[in-house]
Design a binder for this molecule. Structure first.
Ligand code: HEM
Length: 162
């Protein structure tokens, strides 16, 4: 008998079914895509005029200009976070813990990200997913998971005049 495995993770199930006599035809793990998406998306954010190096938000402008030595580490943390929300097996451990294990409010509070800036980052993520030809169901899932954390990410925003 033959098997096709989606979401293979570390591959334990594939090894098990092959020991049980199945011939794996395909073993697919989307974390590879997760890393590719985060990599492409994080670079696009640096260049994005609204939230990157020329942002009107001085904190985002400064981070994307002076802190780029931290970008590889940030990509790693973002990848772990996405892997964790999408069911593991990797676990995200925050350097600035929020109120929940995956909470993002403390990680972003000092950046004072506005709702409009958040939406621009979501749009950039959508463009990355389209560029990498991620199928529509996964695209919808990733964008919905991203949008679900808007309140946390923008918790440090202080409205102008407020
Ligand atoms: C749901 C949406 C988002 C997710 C899942 C996310 C994910 C993360 C993660 C996992 C970290 C690292 C936290 C840690 O070190 O413990 C982080 C930090 C950071 N995020 Fe986000 N983020 C989101 C939205 C945004 C937005 C809209 C921006 C605006 C450009 C942004 C910019 C940054 C920056 C600059 C850092 C580094 C902060 C530092 O150096 O302390 N993020 N993000």
């Amino acid at each position: 008998m033959e098997s096709i495995e989606l979401f293979a993770g570390a591959g334990g199930l594939g090894m098990g079914v092959s020991r049980a006599g199945f011939t794996p035809r395909a073993v697919i793990e989307w974390d590879r895509w997760c890393a590719a998406v985060v990599d492409h998306f994080s670079d696009a954010i640096v260049k994005n005029p609204i939230v990157g190096q020329t942002s009107e938000n001085p904190r985002l402008r400064e981070w994307h200009t002076k802190n780029l030595d931290r970008l590889p580490g940030l990509k790693f943390m973002r990848t772990l976070w996405v892997c964790d929300v999408s069911g593991g097996p990797f676990k995200f451990t925050a350097t600035k813990p929020g109120t929940t294990p995956l909470g993002l409010e403390q990680a972003h509070r000092d950046l004072r990200i506005s709702p409009a800036e958040f939406d621009e980052v979501a749009a950039e993520l959508g463009r990355t997913l389209a560029f990498l030809k991620v199928p529509k169901p996964e695209t919808d899932e990733v964008l919905a998971a991203f949008a679900a954390h808007k309140g946390e990410v923008t918790a440090g925003y202080v409205a102008k005049g407020g």
